[in-house]
Design a protein around this ligand. Sequence first.
Ligand SMILES: [Zn+2]
Length: 155
Amino acid sequence: MRMVRRVLIIDLDVHQGDGTADIFAHDTSVFTLSLHSEKNYPVRKKASTLDVPLEDGMEDDEYLSILEDTLKRVLTTFKADLVFFNAGVDPHHDDRLGRLALSDEGLRKREELVFKLVRNEGLPLAGVLGGGYSYNLRLLVNRHSNLYRVAAKYL
Ligand SMILES: [Zn+2]
């Protein structure tokens, strides 16, 4: 018996999830969702199941609103058995390779939102670290740590 038939990949790294999009391009059992900076790397993007390109300089409220609407829609229409979450912190306004303008608080709210929506569906969620290119390691580690702080609330 296969315990996992359908997988959702939520890729919130600021760069498009072109790798998973390409790998699972012809596999309808895997839904690849990517919210990313439209003008950022890679220049030639692969087609995810759902791509949400975002404008330069987007801040917390608009980003979180788009994420909430999108993720609710995806969770309703695609019945996943397992969810992976790429929690790249490079959408931060200080990131060298981002182009978006999320704050530390915005990124923490992002992790909260993903966990809340996915876990409310009763789905298992595996979060992984993604990009993050700040020179200030203390701040960078703190941003990545939010994933685990939020996850710990759902143990
Ligand atoms: Zn990235």
